[in-house]
Design a protein around this ligand. Structure first.
Ligand code: GP9
Ligand code: MN
Length: 689
């Protein structure tokens, strides 16, 4: 029993023993709270392990600060640090319950003026068990107060303390490396706070968020009104006239934007084993009342989907690194599509998505964009077998969305974000209705299968639109957000396209995604203009006959006859009808031949294009990183007030039904106050059991 006694003495009578006890208690508590208070979606043994591990490194590092102090002070400092960590945890438990997301510096900074302010409702949502977040601190404090822990006044050798801190850093580095391996781009792409907490822990998340927002505010503080003027002058200099024959042809119509996840243009009319992969989309593509584009490019960077959304609804580019929506969606001022349509056209604005609301910081960003409603996963039934990858499967998503769509007062602007056709393109057997391709590349071969599934889902939704007559009142906008097959699959891509080779030039051409504008009566056809996601907002506003004069938008009406047709890629490359730039090299777009020795005239032209692209990208970056729209708005625009929006399910649906009752313009009213749900037919096996 001698060892037990000496362990007891070490634990209760030395400073290092106390430090270890506090750390272990903190560890157990934090892990228990991860499991019971948050819904982190931990999958697989690696994530399980990291969740268990991640409280230790940062806990050790922070509590270790106390070891540098002498005597009693050392104990109190350890306890105070422990208390601060507990407070952070506790606040996040409450915030998470309300918003399914974690607190961030920008939320705290803006919450003084928004309804996010938890102050009012805090008592209502606190559970007794939440106070366990302080359990370890209270226990340790009592044990010190009642002298169970004897204060050890001997100073610890600096070497020992430094070693402990070093060990904490090594542990953290290990944690980080394992996390990055499991989830590449974890810190650079900033897709979801949930992921950072799951992998690195709630304290590492706090530090990460703190550093990021400190950097961001430093840049913002330097920006001023004259920067805005520079941007405005640039936009004015490069503006072109909208195509007036199309102005207002869709005036007063609903706008249904369907986000086709990871959908590339080559899938249109693509056949596999003699079978059309996307028959429904092909039909829309070729319809005489669809304006289809075959030289329309995605222009996203690391922010992928979120960059596409940023461009489509603001005509501003995503950033060089990370996601603009994640980093600036909460703090910045925007003059976005939904806000403009609500103000200028009396539109009801909404987003529906069968995935987590916190992904890409949508739950905060959409408020800044002025969306009145956001229905993420929490609005949908998620029974066993419904979920796949990043959200519930598209057919099930549409099926459950009908009850929300039919209550939207018209005209509405609704964006529906699909997700089944997302990497890694897995689909359960019962939903596979076309064979996989046979390139042998596992990340590629399932692509036609999920695309086929998405296409069927679109078919079902379109069928419902025409069965209810909603199609006649609606402009349907379909677009692919970005590539599905990345540049790391040249061999498989060549096989899919039946080409003998596939290089970086081909990969740039592979960035084409569909854009289709479909509305009964629209003068359609396949338009060959070169454009991209940045151009959609001005195009739509022109069709809807909504004014957007004096706005800061970097795109140009796709139907305009003298548009520049210089399509920027986020890395500075570009495509024009004649020339392409790929990783700094120039090519002829039509032939793919490299331009090795350009003549003086061509050289000048290429330089002009390069400069054009770099200036628009960097000016757009300045708008976002400097939050420049806070300095300027067109006279007809009213600033969005984030306080007006709350996406909590119960409150939000109540608000929707109130608006519906007041306006009486929803499909539900037009259908004699009856649901149109029975007009939605789906062959989803999960729903036809
Ligand atoms: C998740 C989804 C995916 O909600 O939109 O985003 P992505 O990975 O395609 O950027
Ligand atoms: Mn996407």
């Amino acid at each position: 029993m001698a060892w037990a006694k000496s362990f007891y003495n070490w634990l209760f009578k030395t400073k290092l023993g106390f430090f270890t006890a506090v750390l272990v208690l903190f560890w157990i508590k934090t892990y228990w709270i991860y499991l019971t208070k948050f819904n982190l979606g931990v999958q697989g043994s690696m994530q399980q392990f990291l969740l268990l591990l991640n409280p230790i490194p940062v806990g050790m590092l922070l509590l270790g600060i106390g070891l540098f102090f002498k005597g009693r002070k050392s104990y109190w400092i350890i306890l105070i640090i422990d208390l601060i960590m507990a407070l952070w945890l506790f606040s996040n438990i409450l915030y998470y319950r309300e918003f399914s997301d974690f607190l961030s510096v920008s939320i705290i900074k803006t919450s003084g003026s928004t309804s996010d302010n938890l102050g009012k409702s805090i008592i209502g949502i606190t559970l007794a068990s939440d106070f366990w977040a302080f359990g370890d601190v209270i226990l340790a404090t009592l044990l010190v107060a009642f002298k169970v822990f004897k204060i050890d006044v001997r100073p610890l050798k600096l070497r020992v303390t430094a070693l402990i801190e070093l060990l904490a850093c090594v542990l953290f580095a290990t944690n980080l490396t394992m996390a990055q391996k499991d989830r590449s781009g974890l810190l650079t792409r900033t897709f979801d706070n949930n992921y950072i907490v799951k992998y690195l822990g709630i304290n590492a998340y706090a530090a990460y968020d703190g550093v990021k927002s400190a950097q961001a505010s430093a840049v913002m503080a330097k920006a001023n009104k004259s920067d805005t003027n520079t941007v405005r002058q640039y936009i004015k200099r490069h503006s072109v006239l909208d195509n007036s024959t199309y102005t207002g042809v869709a005036k007063g119509k609903n706008v249904l934007v369907i986000h086709l996840e990871s959908f590339q243009q080559f899938l249109i009319d693509y056949r596999w084993q003699g079978k059309e992969v996307t028959p429904n989309l092909n039909k829309i593509y070729h319809a005489s009342d669809t304006i289809s584009f075959d030289n329309f490019f995605n222009q996203v960077g690391q922010g992928k989907t979120s960059d596409a959304e940023m461009m489509m609804e603001n005509s501003l580019f995503g950033l060089q690194s990370g996601s603009a929506m994640s980093s600036y969606g909460t703090s910045n001022t925007f003059e976005s599509m939904p806000a403009i349509l609500q103000q200028q056209g009396g539109y009801t604005t909404a987003v529906m998505h069968g995935g987590a609301g916190s992904f890409w910081n949508r739950d905060n960003t959409y408020k800044s964009f002025g969306y009145q409603y956001f229905m993420p996963l929490s609005y949908y039934k998620n029974k066993k077998g419904y979920y796949n990858g990043y959200g519930i499967k598209d057919k099930i998503f549409f099926d459950q969305s009908i009850k929300y769509i039919e209550h939207l007062p018209q005209p509405f602007y609704l964006k529906m974000i699909t997700v089944t056709n997302h990497y890694p393109y897995n689909l359960d057997k019962q939903n596979q209705t076309i064979e996989k391709t046979d390139t042998g590349d596992h990340t590629v071969d399932g692509y036609v299968q999920t695309a086929h599934y998405l296409d069927q889902a679109i078919g079902e939704l379109m069928h419902w639109l025409s069965a209810t007559g909603l199609d006649k009142k609606t402009l349907v906008v379909l677009y692919g957000d970005h590539y599905g097959i990345s540049g790391n699959h040249h061999k498989a891509s060549a096989q899919l396209l039946n080409k003998s080779s596939f290089d970086d030039f081909d990969n740039l051409q592979f960035q084409r995604v569909p854009l289709m504008l479909h509305m009964p009566g629209l003068k359609g056809g396949i338009n060959h203009t070169y454009g991209g996601e940045i151009d959609v907002m001005p195009t739509l506003l022109n069709l809807l006959g909504i004014q957007d004069s004096d706005t800061i938008q970097f795109g140009h009406d796709l139907l305009s006859t003298n548009r520049p047709q210089i399509v920027a890629q986020r890395n500075g490359d570009f495509v024009t009808p004649k020339y392409s730039r790929v990783t700094g090299e120039y090519y002829y777009t039509k032939t793919g031949k490299r331009i090795k020795h350009p003549t003086g005239k061509v050289k000048k032209q290429l330089e002009y294009y390069s400069n054009y692209v770099t200036s628009e990208l960097s000016l757009s970056d300045r708008v976002i990183t400097g939050n420049l729209l806070r300095f300027y708005k067109p006279s007809w625009f009213t600033r969005v007030n984030r306080k007006d929006y709350n996406y909590k399910k119960k409150a939000s649906l109540k608000r929707l039904h109130k608006a519906d009752k007041k306006k009486k313009t929803s499909l539900w009213y037009q259908n004699g106050k009856k649901s149109t749900k029975s007009d939605f037919q789906t062959d989803a096996p999960e729903l036809n059991k």
